[in-house]
Structures are given as C-alpha cells and as structure tokens.
Design a protein. Structure first.
Lengths: 463, 463
C-alpha cells in the first residue's frame, strides 16, 4: 500500500543526493529497534542534514501521503522507531553536533542525533551536569530521549528528560519549522507546545534542535549494593529511605535472576549472588560534601538494617562503581540474551512498590509465567520482564495479553500507569484504554490530527 | 450579546440552589482581578461544590453558547479571571479542601480553591515542602497557580508550579470529567495532557483536583540584602553567583524605587535605602546543613564584593527574615498604590539580565516613560512596571504599546519570552505574535477548539 514510486525515489535522490538508501542491509538495519524481535522494512532510508531538508521531505510526504518514521539510535523498547507502515525512515544520525554549551546560562543547545553520554561528557568538562541517563546512554540519541521522555537511574533525584528541555526546534509534518518555547527557566506564554512534543514519540513533529537546562555537576558520590533475603522487603525499604529525608541519586532494584543472568552474561565477578539473596538494592548518593554523603549512607544503613539483609558491598573506588553500574545497566540486554521475553514498564507511587511486585508474581503464578523484575525503585518504576520459557505460542500470543491487561489494571488502581519511561510506541498501544478514558484518547488523537492532518508521521503509534 | 435568559437563570438556580448570585456587589467583586484597573461584569456568579456540578454547568453552557470564566482568588496579573464576554463566572471558592497528604509517597491531593500558603503550611507540618510561592501566596489559590503556571522566589532553586503537578482531575468544556495523567514521578504514556492544561489559563478545562509532588522541607536558611550602587552591576552579579556552583533558594532584584516605595507603603523601617543605593539583591540559601550554608554565603560574598556595594544586611532571626521577605512580596502592591502602571513579566536567560535592564531603560528614555523594575533575577524574570506619571492618555494608550512591542522583540531576540509567570490572559495577548509564528498560534487555537468546540471557556484569552 505504501510502496514507493519511481517519482518518490527521484524526489528524494534529487534532494539528498547519496544520503538515500534502499539497500537491503540498510532497510533491515532501520527496520527494528531494541523492542523484542520485531522487524518491519521501510521502503527507503533518508539521512537529511538540515531542518530545511526535513521540511522539504515532510511537505512532500504529506502531499503524497507517504508514511515517515523518525529514527534515532534505535535503542527504544516500545517500537517507536519501527516503520510500521513501511515508507520512509527519516534517520536523524547526521544531526550529530552539539551546537553550543552556554556556561553563562547553564544551557546546552544540541542537535538530536548526539549520543546522550557524549552530551553528558561534553558538558561535564565545563563542570555542568545533564542528569537523565537511560541504561542505553552510551548508544542512544538525545533526540530519542526527548521523544520517549526517557528516565534512567538519576531520575529519582534529578528528574526525567522533560524536566531539562527548555525549548525545541521542530519541523511540523506539514513542513513548517518552529521553536516551541523560549530558552528560559520559566515560561507562562501560551500553551506548552514543548511539553506536548516531549514524549510524543515522533508522532507530532520531528525535533531538530534541543535546548537543555544544565546544573552544577556534583563532585562526590557513594555507592552501595545491598543483598536482601526477601524481595518484597527490598521494595518496602525504598520508601522508608525517602521518609528519613534522604533523596538518593540512584535507588535501583534487581531481582535475583536479573542480577544473576547479568553476571553470567557479562562474565563479571565483582558481585557474588548467594543462594539466599532474593533481590538487591543499588543505592547511590551524590552531592558536593563527602562528609554529608557519609552521614546519608549511615542513615540509609539504619533503615535497611531493619530488614533481613546480607553484607553490604560499598564501592571502594571509581572502577568498582563503574562495575556495579555496568551490571545494572546491562540487565536489559542480559534478559534479552537469555530468553524470548516481553518487557512491561510499570510505574506506581513508590510506596506501592512491594504491592506491585506481589501482584506481578501472583498474576504470573495464576497464568503460568515467570517474570524477572528490576528497575528504578526510587521512582516506583519497575521493569517487569515476562519470560516465554515453557509457554506455548498460543499462551504467549493470546493468553499473556490478558494477564498483562490484568496487571496494568492493578497498576492504574494504585495511581500508576503503563509506561514510566519507555513510551507506548507499538507494543503497548493495545492497553491505552486502561489508563485513559475514551474521551482522553480522542483528545490525543485530535491533537495528532492538528499537527499531522494527513497522518504521515509515525502512523499508528501510541493509539 | 451574552445576556442571560430567564431559562438560564432557572437552570443554574435549580442546580446550585443559593450558590448563585446576580447581586451587584458580587458581579463587581468577580468582575476584576489584580490586573491594573480592569472591571468587566459577568451576568451571574456560580459557586459549584462538586466536579459533577461543574460538568452539568459546562455541558449546559456549551449547548447554550454561554461564556464561562473560571475564577480563583482573583489575584492574577494578566486578566485571566476577568469575564471578558460577561456570562458566567465559575467561582472555585467552595473547592477548598486538602483531600489528603500522602507522607508515604510525598504527595498531596488538593482541591483547587485552597490558598497556596495554607497548603504549604499543612504539608510543612508533616516535614514536607511545596516550594512554589508567588508573592500573593497568602491569598491566591493553588488552582490559579496551576492555571497560570505560577513561580515565585523559590522557583530559582525548586522550579515552578508545573514542576510539581503530577496529575489533574479536570472537567472538559463539553462536560466530561477526566484525569490527565497518573500519580507517578515518571510518565511516558501518551501525550502530556497534564502539562498542556497547566498554564492554559482556564481556557481548556476546569481543574477540580490536583496531585502535587512534595519534597523534604529544608531545615535551615540564611538571608541577606545587598545594596548595589549600580543597578546593572546587581544584575551582572546574579549569573556570577551561579557560576560559582551556588544555587540560591531566592535571588531577587529590586530597583531603588521598588524598595523605597514599598518601605513607604508599609511604613517599614528594617531597611534604610541610602541616596547612592541604585538597587538591591535579596539572596537566600537553604538546605539541611547550616555550616554548608555559611560557606555558600561566604562564596556569594566573595562574588558580590567585586562590585560597588554598600554594607550587607544579614537577617539575624526569623522575624527579620520575614520582614525582608514581606518587603519583597509587597513591591507589587506598593507600585500599584503609587501610580497607574502596566506590568510586563519579561524573562530571559539569566546572564542576559543586565542587557535586559539596560534595554528597558533605553526604551523608556526614548519613549518618555519611567519604569520600576524588580523580580526573580535568578530566573532571569524581571517585572517591568511602567509608570504612567506625566504621560498623556494618548501616549499611554497608543504610543506605549509600540514601546512594549519594541521591548518584547528585544526580549525574544535574547532567547526570552513575554511572560515568565503571570500568563498572557487579556493584557498581553496583543503581543503573542512576537514569541510565536502564525503557525504556532494556529496550533494553539486548534488545540483550544478540540477541547472547547463551542468556545465557551474563558473566551478571547491568550490569543
């Protein structure tokens, strides 16, 4: 239905010269992201270099009703970058420049195709900090982070991507280039188009420039790994730490198998998981005053020692810290390497976390599936990885969605929702009726139609 | 055109019984807010008590094309609550309950008609902190803060209202009641309707419940008032303080006349403004560790002593702190008591502040007007109060808007915008073409039409 014509091909080639590909390997490469095992081939891959080129492409595609899927580093976990209806993949990889680091105003202006970690390291050289750090920070693009409103371990103290975006240059599907806001810390000028674009998963506009707020980079941090003999107790401890007035800069939960599989996957020996370890908390505090952080750790220990824990591992130096964080960041790929799985990105108010874990396991028992859970416990954000294991294809394809639906209903009852940081994309859209009433979904669909009257931009995602 | 019929009156009286008024005094009371001297009478004032009553009112008004203006404590400074087209004023004053303070999850759920300071004091009793504190905090409603995305002095460290709103229950103009999001710290589930409603000035929906994030309440603060002999130097010092790695919890600028007029207005004698004082910075730091705050003050002093300053006044106790903050919070009403004026709520990246002050004065000199400037310097948010003084009505009404236009163009050139925290409402809408292209304004107007197809809710505001 959306096969490209010779005319289409000629238009794109004239516009972009050799930055156009229909090569089989390229179509495959851009036909998937990190979401399960989904592959859908686009008709063509375009690599524009300027907002004006994108404007020309989108205007042409709008007029010709050609689907366009913006594509970043394809590290997404909800299928946002998968070209569901074929057509054009618009790769943002050539938008790879950090335009300016403004040390006077603590801001950075960047193109979207910059790797998040590169951005972080660049501003850190000037003493500045861009905190959001998804597990894929070494490969994901900052533009993808904006599109999915990415989080990461630091979000618990420092907030998510949306909390740092001041202003966006975007190209509308109809071809106009606009700035959504201003480069200011406050803004009460009209509707917040900036926040509307953030997390809209490339369905409303293509982001071409991003102005981010920065903060002073903390100079000290301390990290500890705590083995719990009871996973629900680990979850319970989380809210208790905050109730002591401590805001850790990382508070991560890993179930036994999450950590074990990762250790095996990486061949890493820093940590030994004993037979009676049911779960671990990885806890980081950061700031500018080491003595204060030592005190914070003391307070945290007083909290966790009330539970059934084994010996705490304190990271003694930078390389041990890096090793522990690497373990945590690699859980996702370890689970992926281990089994066919589905990942649910549940999020609840943090005190509800033990209840959430309990419900996950109960629904699993009832429906015969095993799950491996981990995530940003301080935010109440639990990644539930459902393992295919011995389930038949019929159970996997037809029964499991009903169990997931049951889980999401419980999550919403707790004041939570169905995605904390991965987005809805392709794989969660069938569940959007759980957090939202039909009238809310219709408002969203109507907003989509305003921005994209011909429905060309990342079609059939989210709803 | 929008006169109420006998039928309309009967409908409202049947629904709300005695919570309906067409009394002259009431119509006058609800016909203005704190914006200059504008008074426009509504046809009727309604005081609903439940979301369901609001739903019935809005549905009826939609069907009957009756304009509805939501009304909070009417402390707004952009005319958002003025019933421009008459019709119905929907007073939210009966929505005055704090529904729950959740000390497990650091959240408060409140109705919108709660006074901001009451909310702050209620959560403070549990050790929790809701930071946004507009100057009118003792009388404004939290719902109005949501509608205008209010800031205040603490925003420089803690952010604005939008940074604390997790979830909203709203009634749509067509009568449906929805929740916009979830009670979670992270959310990547569909378009961000929550942030779209915040700052939309009562044009998209009526807010009936608000879930706010809270943080641990700091236990210590230090406050100093610094007299500068050169106002631009005071502005220059602001960004330099941040560049030393300090994030004050308040960094306020007051021009000579702002402070002098306020001292006279209040009959207050804590502070003496000498002949050579051109401006003052009021600087607060807060946290949990007094020794750390003393160090921060030391660093701040090292910065400001590089400029031509007079003796610094350190607040020695709680009552002196309160006296200094009272001075700052009363500048607005002192200016208002002193002269006919227009207030512009300019905001720029903070390093541009001296340039902004310079441009304000230059445009004033060229156009023959005097201005009194003050505001949240740490945010780059300068309130420019233009004084009528000797200007003729013709100059005031016809020439001044051109000068303001010139000022706003310069603000936007600096990366700034035309409202940092007061909103656009009625009095700034003529300038919306400066920060936004026509296509952006048309996107906003289209969003308005989606939510409010019959255009009944706070009509003719913002655009």
């Amino acid at each position: 239905m959306n096969a490209l014509t010779k005319d289409n091909y000629e238009f794109f080639t004239k516009l972009l010269k050799n930055r156009v590909s229909t090569d089989d390997d390229d179509l495959k490469k851009y036909g998937h992201d990190e979401t399960e095992d989904i592959l859908i081939l686009p008709g063509i891959v375009l690599k524009p270099e300027t907002p004006e080129e994108i404007a020309a492409i989108l205007k042409y595609c709008s007029e010709n009703h050609l689907p366009v899927t913006p594509s970043g580093a394809r590290t997404g976990l909800s299928g946002g970058a998968i070209p569901l209806k074929g057509g054009v993949v618009l790769s943002m990889e050539k938008f790879n420049k950090i335009i300016s680091v403004d040390t006077d105003n603590f801001q950075v202006t960047t193109e979207p195709g910059v790797i998040t970690q590169v951005l972080q390291e660049t501003v850190k050289e000037k003493g500045l900090f861009y905190p959001p750090d998804p597990a894929s920070k070494g490969s994901c693009f900052i533009g993808g982070n904006v599109s999915e409103n990415s989080g990461g371990p630091k979000a618990v103290k420092y907030g998510v991507t949306a909390d740092y975006v001041l202003n966006l240059e975007v190209v509308l599907p109809t071809g106009e280039i606009i700035w959504t806001g201003a480069n200011t810390l406050k803004n009460s000028t009209g509707y917040n188009l900036t926040q509307l674009i953030i997390g809209s998963e490339g369905t409303l506009a293509v982001v071409t420039k991003i102005v981010l707020k920065l903060i002073p980079h903390p100079t000290e941090d301390l990290l500890m790994l705590v083995p719990f003999r009871n996973a629900e107790e680990a979850c319970t401890a989380v809210a208790q730490i905050f109730k002591k007035g401590i805001t850790p800069s990382g508070l991560e939960f890993m179930e036994r198998d999450a950590l074990l599989w990762t250790i095996n996957h990486l061949g890493e020996s820093t940590v030994q998981v004993k037979n009676d370890h049911a779960a671990h908390l990885l806890i980081e505090v950061d700031g500018f005053d080491r003595a204060q952080l030592m005190e914070d750790c003391q307070t945290i220990m007083e909290v966790i020692e009330q539970y059934d824990i084994d010996e705490i591992l304190f990271a003694e130096n930078a390389s041990q810290k890096e090793a522990l964080w690497k373990l945590r960041r690699s859980v996702g790929e370890a689970v992926k390497a281990n089994s066919i799985y589905k990942e649910e990105d549940t999020v609840v108010p943090r005190f509800e976390l033990p209840k959430l874990l309990n419900i996950v396991k109960k629904i699993g028992d009832k429906n015969g599936f095993k799950s491996v859970c981990y995530g940003h416990a301080g935010d109440g954000n639990l990644h539930v990885n459902i393992i295919k294991g011995d389930l038949t294809d019929d159970q996997w394809n037809n029964e499991l969605p009903l169990a997931i639906r049951e889980l999401f209903k419980e999550v919403v009852k707790m004041g939570g929702t169905i995605s904390g940081e991965h987005g809805i994309g392709l794989v969660q859209k069938q569940y959007m009726d759980i957090p939202f009433k039909p009238v809310s979904l219709e408002l969203m669909r109507s907003i989509k139609r305003i921005f994209d009257p011909n429905g060309i931009l990342n079609p059939d995602k989210i709803f």
